[in-house]
Design a protein around this ligand. Structure first.
Ligand code: AMP
Length: 226
């Protein structure tokens, strides 16, 4: 083969490598943790899972791939259906740490399926279904949010706390600024509902958020009992 032939062959090999390397089609993740008391206090119906009332702790809502501009991909791969056999070793931990609160009462597979299909299929180049759920569980444990808040005197006691105090407690605890999302209970109290922590594209390390979600929180918010 002449020099030109080698050049073309090398070019094709390089292209092949390039094309087959997994491409990240998002910029970072939000780990979204939810306070069950606030979910259940809205007008929306809430049902405890079949395994019983979840612990008074933050639960995982999801691990959401996001773009730096603030938008996000969703339902990326209809061919990658949720397969519960792939996460059978994680189910007991998922029931504890990623509890469903939707009605009618169920085990949780519907919620996990929804999160996988809507969000997890958009980060499949980085993690398969098992990794997706396992990484989210590890990140929740690493964040240890309730402990961080109670250590700072912020307790789920229906009391009102300043948004700055909550944000700073978490920032000091994990090293990065979180996004805080509020909702309103039927009495129109603004409650701490969800906390967003940014995670790198490997799904393992916390990072500073490229963009924070619009949280709709006033300066004082209620940390509801559960
Ligand atoms: P997403 O589609 O991932 O943005 O999540 C929103 C959907 O998740 C809504 O349909 C919510 O009602 C549902 N959802 C949020 N938290 C829970 C929960 N703890 N259990 C069951 N469904 C939930």
């Amino acid at each position: 083969m002449g020099a030109k032939g080698w050049f073309i062959l090398k070019l094709l090999m390089f292209q092949g490598l390039f094309v087959s390397r997994p491409q990240e089609d998002f910029d970072f993740f939000y780990l979204v943790l939810q306070w069950p008391g606030a979910y259940c206090d809205t007008k929306r119906a809430c049902c405890y899972p079949t395994s019983g009332k979840p612990a008074a702790d933050f639960g995982i809502h999801g691990l959401w791939p996001n773009y730096n501009g603030g938008s996000w991909p969703s339902n990326c791969d209809p061919d990658s259906q949720f397969d519960r056999s792939q996460i059978s070793d994680l189910v007991s931990s998922l029931k504890k740490n990623w509890p469903t609160l939707s009605c009618p009462s169920n085990e949780g597979f519907k919620f996990w399926e929804h999160e996988w299909e809507k969000h997890g299929t958009c980060s499949e180049s980085v993690m398969d279904q098992h990794d997706y759920f396992e990484n989210a569980l590890k990140l929740k444990e690493k964040a240890n949010l309730l402990q961080i808040l109670t250590n700072s005197g912020i307790n789920p006691d229906d009391g009102f706390y300043s948004l700055t105090k909550i944000t700073n407690a978490i920032k000091n605890g994990i090293g990065f600024t979180p996004g805080i999302e509020c909702n309103k209970d039927p009495e129109r109290n603004d409650q701490l509902h969800q906390i967003y922590i940014c995670v790198d594209t490997s799904g393992t390390e916390f990072i500073e958020c490229p963009v924070l979600p619009r949280g709709r929180c006033p300066s004082q918010l209620q940390f509801s009992k559960f």
